[in-house]
Design a protein around this ligand. Sequence first.
Ligand SMILES: [Zn+2]
Ligand SMILES: [Zn+2]
Length: 213
Amino acid sequence: MQIDVLPAGPIETNAYLLTAESGESLLVDAPPAVEGAVRERLAQRGARLAAILVTHGHWDHIGDLGKFRGDGVDVYAHAGDREWIENPAIMAAFMPPGLEVIPGRVDRWVGDGEKLEVAGAAVEVRHVPGHAPGNILFYFPGLAAAFVGDALFRGGVGRFDLPGGDWPTLERSIRERIFTLPGETAVYPGHGPATTVMEEMRNNPFVGSGTAG
Ligand SMILES: [Zn+2]
Ligand SMILES: [Zn+2]
């Protein structure tokens, strides 16, 4: 699969477009104002969007979700963030003024340990709450890659001061659900550059071995 990184929106949220040899694509997250870049890349690759995998329901990850409604895509997400996805207006206090988010529609609510096949790729879902109650990661064993939303960043961790967030839960998610992936697994976060499981286990200032109890 080809991986295109398409950062978009007022706080540079990463969308990832994964395109299989078959010409089917998956989109991981749909940040505000990403629609044009996604359509352009699909056209360049001669691909069709088959599914959208939502890492969590914060506005900066679902801003353009509603714009793909007419495409016949299957949308996957965790029910922990259902209210934010279906009624994004409740997050208005956290959004830049003037940003309008069309409510999204989810076709398949998924949970920890679920194994999916999407656009011909095997995908394992792992629940990684603590930043958002419904944050999940999508692990592609065939790609040795995990798309983790805002749970873990290169050299950082997700905020845990937002509604439904807390640090002990986030720390447990990272240690039990991310650090148990193979060390060479590429970690693609919701913001900023990619990293690997091994790199963060060693050097992350919050959860790396230097800080482990
Ligand atoms: Zn978030
Ligand atoms: Zn985010």
